[in-house]
Design a protein around this ligand. Structure first.
Ligand SMILES: Cc1cc2nc3c(=O)[nH]c(=O)nc-3n(C[C@H](O)[C@H](O)[C@H](O)COP(=O)(O)OP(=O)(O)OC[C@H]3O[C@@H](n4cnc5c(N)ncnc54)[C@H](O)[C@@H]3O)c2cc1C
Ligand SMILES: NC(=O)c1ccc[n+]([C@@H]2O[C@H](COP(=O)([O-])OP(=O)(O)OC[C@H]3O[C@@H](n4cnc5c(N)ncnc54)[C@H](OP(=O)(O)O)[C@@H]3O)[C@@H](O)[C@H]2O)c1
Ligand SMILES: Cc1cc2nc3c(=O)[nH]c(=O)nc-3n(C[C@H](O)[C@H](O)[C@H](O)COP(=O)(O)O)c2cc1C
Length: 613
């Protein structure tokens, strides 16, 4: 059988790899069946950016499992809420078809029940650099340990969420899928890996797994029900969602940094009036940005295109001008490997094909880092594609998430958020963060911003208002804690609260300083510890303050405090985690292993929650 590649087929490398794995395993009758299936349903059940051979292609014949169970376990691992919402949506659809469904976060699942589980659906994202989300970590470690049981009786499938701009795309989903196979499980359907625009491929996977489960129990399929939008479970009180954003009027847009600061952090207030949207502290705001107009003009000029030419705006058949498409609809600032693979078919320059050769992986990685579509357009000209053909290979411009920095109960019909402008130079050109610079430079009071609420069940105040809270949020990481404290003030919560905040300079970078001072005075905030990193010869960070107060912090934990960490994921969150372990070890008189177990338990009990990015 001919090996498929990007060069001899219309598939991306990951799709070709999957087909190369699947096709040789098919029997003659399976091939004939698959041909018929694709002819009948081709395009309806599958989406382009996924690894999506038909579930039916790998499921067991219906007759082989006549007494299959109608019980389905759905486990999700989710940091920012997407997988959790999908799990809830899938559960609703399975219940409508008569299945008994148990939905749970991976780390709340009793692993000793795994051996008895017959039908398992995993929905999991990837965070960090190819790591599991916090609420998947312990399950991930268990499954990859020697304690994991053999799972011959298990029928499973994995839906992975991720972002193709990361090196380890959907790594956690891939790891689970491989591990369950190693443990003897049988796939109900092949894994689907979703990019940021996950609705369509997720709906395709729903259709596959529901179909496969129905086949197992010999029940007639109600395929239509499965292709419902993944937004199913979003705030039912409002018609607005990620797929249908609300155009919120901007009420305020202030720079929080003082004169002379080398940073710019904007505080925006938006009106939610008439939207029906509401939120809880810990939720995020999704904002659809516009690309920088200068970059759009430069790209159009470099390609020699006509800005007024009509091009597709999306896959739904809507059209508009090329300028409109590049400003508001397509991502032009991020290069990914799948994009370059598609672009290679449109470039007349052989250099792009060469860059994609397997032995040039590092060169490809280096090229992608810090470059955008304008670089690509210039570096690999001439192009043999029309503007319409070119935009067809671009990703949809994704929304950016911002921690909401106000309480809905304290400010009804408003939402506040806090945005730090991202500006840097790379490869000889000034670069602008799409959304943060849009908010900083081109959004005025009176303008409207397309937004939605991204609820985050994994970053929530304690249900008990008497429970103490410890909040650690340097930089923009402090944003959700303004929301937390405003909420606690409205509630009249009796629980103590302690904020650790840090930034570069006390004088210019103390975000929301007057808010914290008022809250301290009014007793809404019990303690505030700050670390300004560039006011002293030696850098001081929040974790240094944490370590200075280890006895008191441990005492708060023993009293039932909940700890929250928000902000930088790459360094701060890891260093703070290490500092917390040290506190527990030293103040609690524990071994390193016991301290790690203590913190794991807090995480398990949702008393240690992180919203890191
Ligand atoms: C749950 C969540 C909550 C968040 N909350 C907040 C918040 O409250 N406030 C806030 O400001 N942000 C927050 N963010 C981050 C926010 O979503 C955006 O990622 C951020 O504003 C940058 O978006 P942008 O469109 O401006 O930049 P983009 O156009 O997306 O550019 C950012 C990218 O530029 C690249 N880059 C940046 N600096 C350099 C450099 N020096 N060299 C090379 N490449 C570089 C990196 O790849 C980076 O990912 C949050 C993110 C998440 C996931
Ligand atoms: N694009 C960029 O150029 C850029 C730059 C920074 C952050 N970011 C990203 O933006 C998000 C939040 O950044 P932000 O600007 O709000 O704040 P930030 O960069 O995280 O800075 C806030 C404070 O944290 C300090 N800090 C740096 N490293 C730390 C560590 N390991 N532990 C504890 N504190 C540390 C900083 O000190 P010092 O700065 O003095 O070290 C500063 O005082 C993160 O996702 C981060 O990765 C992007
Ligand atoms: C800080 C951060 C790190 C991420 N790292 C990866 C990664 O390494 N690989 C990947 O495929 N996706 C990565 N993603 C993308 C997420 O997996 C994606 O946004 C997903 O939809 C999140 O789903 P969740 O809300 O269920 O967590 C990352 C996202 C964030 C915010």
């Amino acid at each position: 059988m001919v090996q498929l590649h990007v060069t001899n087929s219309p598939f991306s490398e990951s799709q070709a790899e999957l087909l190369n794995r699947l096709l040789p395993t098919l029997t003659e009758s399976q091939r004939i069946w698959l041909g018929g299936y694709l002819a009948a349903f081709g395009g309806a059940a599958v989406a382009p950016a996924v690894q999506e051979p038909s579930a039916a292609a790998v499921q067991e014949p219906a007759a082989a499992a006549p007494a299959a169970s109608r019980e389905v376990t759905i486990l999700f691992g989710s940091q920012t809420g997407n997988c959790q919402r999908l799990a809830t949506s899938l559960s609703g659809q399975l219940k409508e078809q008569g299945f008994t469904v148990n939905v749970s976060a991976m780390n709340s699942f009793k692993t000793n029940a795994l051996k008895k589980t017959e039908n398992l659906l995993l929905i999991v994202s990837t965070h960090g650099e190819g790591e599991p989300p916090d609420n998947a970590r312990s399950f991930y470690e268990f499954l990859h340990s020697k304690r994991a049981p053999q799972l011959e009786g298990l029928h499973y499938s994995v839906l992975g969420l991720g972002d193709t701009s990361y090196e380890f795309f959907c790594q956690t989903g891939k790891d689970f899928d491989k591990r369950l196979e190693e443990l003897g499980g049988t796939r109900l359907g092949l894994r689907v890996d979703c990019d940021l625009d996950y609705d369509e491929p997720a709906a395709g996977w729903f259709t596959q797994v529901i179909g496969a489960l129905n086949e197992r129990v010999n029940a007639p399929q109600i395929a239509e029900a499965a292709v419902e939008a993944a937004e199913h479970a979003d705030a039912p009180a409002s018609p607005y969602s990620r797929n249908q954003p609300f155009y919120a009027e901007v009420l305020e847009n202030l720079n929080l940094n003082g004169r002379g600061s080398d940073r710019e952090t904007r505080h925006l207030e938006l009106s939610l009036e008439g939207s029906g949207l509401a939120f809880e502290p810990g939720d995020s705001l999704g904002v659809y940005p516009e690309n920088h107009p200068q970059l759009v003009e430069a790209l159009i000029s470099a390609m020699g295109w006509d800005a007024g030419e009509t091009v597709p705006l999306n896959k739904k058949g809507e059209t508009g001008s090329l300028r409109e498409a590049l400003l508001r609809h397509y991502e032009i600032t991020v290069l990914t490997k799948p994009l370059l693979e598609q672009a290679a078919k449109l470039s007349a320059a052989p250099a792009l094909q060469e860059l994609l050769l397997p032995e040039r992986q590092q060169a490809l990685k280096d090229y992608i880092h810090g470059r955008d579509l304008l670089d690509l357009a210039v570096d690999f000209a001439p192009w043999k594609a029309t503007a319409s053909e070119f935009v067809a290979i671009l990703r949809k411009l994704p929304a950016r998430l911002y921690s909401i920095s106000s309480s809905y109960n304290a400010n009804p019909d408003e939402v506040h958020f806090t945005v730090r402008a991202v500006r840097y130079e790379a490869n000889g050109r000034q670069r602008y963060g799409v959304c943060s610079v849009h908010c900083a430079e081109r959004v005025q009071p009176g303008d409207k911003l397309p937004i939605y609420i991204q609820s985050n069940p994994n970053f929530k105040l304690p249900a008990n208002p008497d429970a103490p809270v410890i909040m650690i949020g340097p930089g923009t990481g402090v944003a959700p804690f303004r929301s937390f404290l405003e909420e606690r003030e409205v509630q009249g919560a009796a629980g103590k609260s302690w904020l650790f905040y840090g930034d570069r300079h006390f004088v210019t970078d103390f975000l929301y300083q007057t808010d914290w001072q008022r809250m301290l005075k009014d007793g809404v905030l019990s303690k505030l510890d700050v670390a300004f990193s560039r006011d002293t010869a030696e850098k001081v960070y929040v974790q240094h303050r944490i370590l200075e107060h280890s006895r008191e912090l441990y005492a708060w934990l023993q009293e039932g405090a909940h700890i929250y960490v928000c902000g930088d994921e790459k360094h701060m969150a890891h260093d703070v985690h290490t500092a917390l372990l040290t506190v527990i070890e030293e103040a609690g008189g524990m071994s390193a292993e016991a301290a790690a177990a203590y913190l794991d338990t807090l995480q398990q009990e949702q008393r240690y929650q992180r919203d890191v990015y």
